[in-house]
Design a protein. Structure first.
Ligand SMILES: *Cc1c(COP(=O)(O)O)cnc(C)c1O
Length: 424
């Protein structure tokens, strides 16, 4: 029995899909203790948009540590934090016409950023209800979990999860149904039974929920409903942000401007725990320490994040590269669908947050198991774990994408054949 089975809690999760011990990693490659190398189509669940151990980020980090830079995470002023804020303002906020946005550092996990965003919205509007969507995932601490749809996670709470109103996401009721119209109807009807929400929290592409991508027009409609009915728009960009869909923020393509944005996962650019909330300055009504925490600012993450803004976001080159790779990836996935189930398999997602929906979770799970045996680290998502999800580092090479697509092609062939044999 391994040390993990002996000592680590049953709550361990991702490791169960990949029963090997990883030891080293570089770019889009992971290497085990035995020296076997895998291509990484999971990227630390989207925390490694710039790949493992990016040489220039690593260099900046080593230099910072060697020069005895501040490493604790208490929210004191440090030069690393100053550089992060300057860099975020210069490369991210200003070019996107978000000059007036403030940055709030929360505890270092995504769920804590969501807690802070929801607290702030409630405080600003003086109303408890937040509207969230079917299949949304916003984290596993109580406040954020109330907004999360997943029953498996919700069930872990053991108490009631309150003050969230659930709405159907884009496409939930089928094509051609604009679910924002339903929302607006409820808001306009004084007898609908809906308590006026303080805010709406939404992912533009639902990562854990199965790569459901909201249509740009639907997002604009949602923004308009928020404006007409005095509700704040929170975009949870923890997974879809930091370049994943081809722009720094996932909502840029739709041309909307949320009031509050949560960021985490790839924000540190190096897989380090780090989260932040950014919002319109006039919403900044917190009193000092009102949302507090001991680790509100990981200095090591400040260093790598600031460096990444400078390296990847000082012009459009990287974004265009991501868009080009995404087209290549999605064309490859489409071909795979034509080969193995044009009527049963479905392309999902947007940008480098794309994948294939299978008719059920069993097929998807057979595919990822077979893919892992052939050198590919990849996971599923969705209500039934039915979506094979390609969450590659954005810095992945085309050859590595092709390797992964090829492994998936063979994995689908084998899994579909096994299923047909069983059925006959
Ligand atoms: C992962 C995720 C979270 C939660 O982040 P944690 O760091 O796991 O707490 C919240 N929202 C979205 C959209 C996520 O993908």
């Amino acid at each position: 029995m391994s040390i993990f089975e002996q000592v680590e809690s049953e709550v361990r999760s991702y490791c169960r899909s990949f029963p090997v011990v990883f030891n080293q990693a570089r770019g889009a490659e992971l290497t085990t203790e035995e020296g076997r190398t895998y291509i990484d189509f999971l990227a630390g669940a989207g925390t490694l948009n710039y790949g493992h151990n990016h040489p220039e980020l690593r260099e900046a980090l080593i230099e910072y540590i060697s020069s005895e830079g501040i490493t604790h995470g208490l929210d004191m002023m440090s030069s690393a934090k100053a550089r992060f804020l300057e860099s975020f303002q210069q490369y991210i906020l200003k070019p996107r016409d978000m000059d007036d946005f403030r940055v709030m550092f929360t505890g270092p996990t995504g769920t804590n950023a969501v807690e802070a965003a929801m607290k702030l919205a409630r405080k600003v509007k003086g109303r408890p209800t937040i509207a969230a969507f079917t299949n949304g995932f916003h984290g596993c601490s109580a406040g954020a979990l109330a907004a999360t749809g997943n029953q498996h996670h919700r069930g872990g709470m053991g108490t009631s999860l309150n003050d969230v109103f659930r709405l159907p996401f884009d496409g939930y009721l089928g094509e051609g149904v604009d679910t924002t119209e339903y929302f607006e109807k409820l808001l306009e009807d004084p007898s609908s039974g809906l308590d006026h929400p303080a805010a709406v929290i939404v992912e533009t592409v639902q990562g854990e929920g199965g790569l459901n991508a909201a249509n740009a027009q639907w997002l604009r409609n949602l923004e308009a409903v928020c404006r007409r009915h005095d509700m704040l728009l929170i975009v949870d960009d923890i997974q879809a942000g930091c370049g994943r869909t081809g722009h720094f923020f996932s909502f840029e393509e739709a041309g909307i401007k949320p009031d509050i944005v949560t960021l985490s996962k790839s924000l540190s650019a190096y897989g380090l725990p780090f989260a932040a909330v950014t919002y319109r300055g006039e919403l900044d009504i917190w009193t000092p320490g009102e949302h507090n925490g001991t680790f509100r600012g990981n200095n090591l993450a400040f260093v790598t994040a600031a460096k990444a803004f400078e390296l990847f976001w000082s012009d459009n080159e990287f974004a265009e590269e991501v868009q080009q790779k995404a087209r290549h990836m999605r064309a490859g996935l489409e071909k795979l669908i034509r080969n193995h189930g044009p009527s049963t398999l479905k392309l999902k997602g947007r940008g480098l947050m794309s994948g294939i929906e299978c008719p059920d979770g069993d097929l998807a799970s057979d595919v990822i198991r077979e893919a892992f045996d052939n050198g590919l680290v990849i996971e599923t998502s969705g209500a039934h774990d039915q979506v094979v999800k390609c969450l590659v580092p954005l810095t992945i090479t085309q050859a590595q994408i092709d390797f992964g697509l090829n492994v998936l092609d063979q994995a689908f062939a084998k899994a579909v054949a096994a299923r047909e044999k069983k059925a006959s």
